[in-house]
Design a protein around this ligand. Structure first.
Ligand SMILES: Nc1ccn([C@@H]2O[C@H](COP(=O)(O)OP(=O)(O)OP(=O)(O)O)[C@@H](O)[C@H]2O)c(=O)n1
Ligand SMILES: O=C(CO)[C@H](O)[C@H](O)COP(=O)(O)O
Length: 432
């Protein structure tokens, strides 16, 4: 695959990007994602933009967020040459569109400038149209919504530059040469500069073209460049709390926890309601309470009807109730439905099969063969990013009180499996 003058158009590889070179579409918007850092503050051998979160590289979440915005026509990602192939593989695996890769620079500003060059038609082979407005967004800020992107783009159209800001959490101070307090800034009069930022392409491109080596080497603020070199005062846009940048290890943990909460919002309960309505309603209520998420919608899906619609509706959690049969048969119909619906590869799908067994009638040892088959089944479906778990609820026919207690415990186990999505428990049969 040929590199387009430092820009590696994935268009050549048929993976997205492309368009008439150098022809600025009216009002077109593009984005530049600097992703060429080494993540020193986070530590570890893997640059943080490639660190896995729930099995997927961080940068894929940011690309997914930008991809949801249809009016961003091109996304230029700046990565180092040694990470170029890995980045192309991520784009292909997660089916990210409109992406073009360019070589990163030795600093963040240099990486951004390389991204802008790919949009300026500066490179003889650059095939990307020059946008009217360009968004600059750190690849390690995965939680960016369309509303803030639209706000900074609209403000940039009017003011030439715009950037998201947040209230300061810590007070900013100036240390003296001997390491003592020189002054402390009035926190109420200052803000933290975040991303996304947006610029009239001409403004920010001219600023970078004039940028001094010192600014290129040590600068950290694009808005400052627009002011210093193009006398353009950026409009400041209040951003939401989730615009934060993954910088330290703790930020990765926080990101994973936020995503787990987000994808646990909807649960599809698959069951044959004719016989199981009462028990399912009870389990349903418990699941909503256990997951403590207002948004959880527990969808009853009798005999797998409407399953296709639910799967396509971004549901990543399925609970299959097996009351009629006592064997530990995995829900093959459901898994076949999942496979044919080809859900997005973005998140692992949790499937929990709940079995009810009256141990007075059937001993668990007689079921060991089926339990082992369940593990093999789980291993197979894990290749399609489906995490399959089993939960056995002891179902004493002659003791309804005890049954309720066991169902309560079972709901708690199901909720934990869904929230934690622990790959280490895949294929296990947990007993309530
Ligand atoms: N030469 C560089 C340095 C940084 N970045 C990118 O700029 C963004 C914000 O920078 P930062 O959080 O500082 O990332 P790192 O430089 O990787 O972190 P550290 O300073 O801890 O090494 C990141 O997406 C990073 O990949 C870049 O494109 N090129
Ligand atoms: O907040 C920002 C304003 O543009 C930048 O993301 C931040 O300055 C980047 O700094 P660093 O790369 O050192 O984390």
């Amino acid at each position: 695959m040929e590199r387009a003058g430092g820009a590696r158009g994935l268009a050549e590889a048929g993976l997205g990007g492309g368009g008439e070179s150098g022809v600025p579409a009216a009002g077109a918007v593009a984005a530049v994602l600097p992703a060429g850092g080494c993540g020193e503050r986070l530590g570890g051998p893997t640059p943080k933009q490639f660190c896995p979160v729930l099995g997927r590289p961080l940068i894929s979440y940011t690309l997914q967020a930008l991809q949801r915005v249809s009016w961003i026509k091109d996304i230029v990602v700046a990565v180092t040459s040694e990470n170029m192939d890995m980045m192309a593989a991520i784009v292909q695996r997660y089916r990210h569109q409109r992406v073009t890769l360019v070589e990163a620079g030795t600093t963040r500003h240099r990486s951004i400038f390389n991204g802008l060059k790919a949009l300026a038609g500066d490179h003889p082979h650059s095939r990307l149209p020059t946008p009217t407005v360009v968004i600059i967004h750190d690849a390690v800020r995965p939680f960016v919504e369309e509303d803030v992107l639209a706000s900074v783009v609209a403000a940039a159209r009017d003011h030439g530059a715009a950037g998201a800001i947040r209230p300061l959490v810590s007070t900013v101070i100036t240390p003296s040469a001997d390491g003592c307090l020189e002054q402390s800034l009035d926190r109420a009069k200052h803000r933290a500069s975040e991303m996304p930022q947006a610029f009239l392409f001409d403004v920010i491109y001219r600023a970078y073209c004039q940028c001094s080596d010192h600014d290129m080497e040590f600068g950290t603020e694009c808005l400052h460049l627009a002011l210093k070199y193009c006398h353009t005062k950026a409009k400041l846009v209040d951003g939401s709390p989730d615009l934060w940048k993954v910088t330290y290890k703790r930020d990765l943990y926080a990101m994973e926890s936020i995503i787990k909460d987000k994808i646990s919002q909807q649960i599809c309960v698959v069951a044959d309601t004719e016989e199981d309505a009462e028990c399912i309603a009870f389990l349903q209520g418990l699941l909503k309470k256990e997951l403590e998420v207002q948004g959880t919608s527990v969808t009853l899906c009798p005999n797998g009807q409407d399953l296709q619609k639910i799967i396509l509706g971004d549901c990543y959690n399925f609970v299959c109730i097996n009351m009629k049969n006592s064997d530990f048969r995995p829900p093959r119909q459901l898994l076949a439905g999942l496979a044919s619906a080809a859900p997005s590869p973005f998140y692992p799908v949790a499937v929990v099969s709940v079995y009810f067994l009256d141990s007075q009638n059937v001993s668990l040892s007689e079921k060991m063969k089926e339990v082992m088959e369940m593990k093999d089944f789980a291993k197979e479906v894990k290749k399609q990013n489906v995490f399959f778990y089993g939960v056995l609820i002891h179902f004493p026919q002659d003791n309804p009180q005890q049954l309720q207690e066991h169902v309560r415990q079972g709901a708690s186990i199901v909720a934990s499996l869904i929230k934690d999505r622990n790959a280490g428990l895949v294929g296990q049969l947990l007993i309530a």
